[in-house]
Design a protein around this ligand. Sequence first.
Ligand code: PNS
Length: 174
Amino acid sequence: MSDPQTYIYPGSFDPVTNGHLDIISRASRMCKQLIVAVGRNREKKTLFTVEERIAMLRESAARVADSAGRPGGGNIEVVSFTGLLADFARQCGASVIVKGLRAMSDFEYEFQMALLNKYLDERIETIFMMTNVQFTYLSSSAVKELALNGADISGLVPDGVQERIRFKVTSQRG
Ligand code: PNS
């Protein structure tokens, strides 16, 4: 039996942005345990490896405060998964999938995913959290494009992520 107090927040997180962190922070206050699950998708070309994405998420989650204002993100776990999200959610004992919604453009894809996950396991509910208005325009792709073109993205990503992108770009250019 899955635990109604364990939520799972899946994504590519390539890299984590302040928009993701806002959802992580708010969702972690709604449940007993929040599992942040990084999808391993061999077909999707990513800038960061799964291990790097996990490391950035863990560093960022450690700075999230709980409902009492204590930092530490104590009820947040960051892991990776392969295969179907519904299967992984079941393995983790999570009964709720959390997704962030920015604009109507996210809706169609997310609606399809939610219905497919429901088809795969009817006990799993998907809940959508509206992104904080200040992050409506924010995406990992936009952040990467800005950073690759030398823009200052320090206000868009958690501390340390801008440096990691810079380092990655420099090492890739050789
Ligand atoms: O941040 P993203 O790229 O929107 O995250 C996508 C992710 C990892 C949540 C999505 O690709 C996913 O759930 N992958 C697992 C495969 C799966 O279960 N697909 C749904 C049924 S087709």
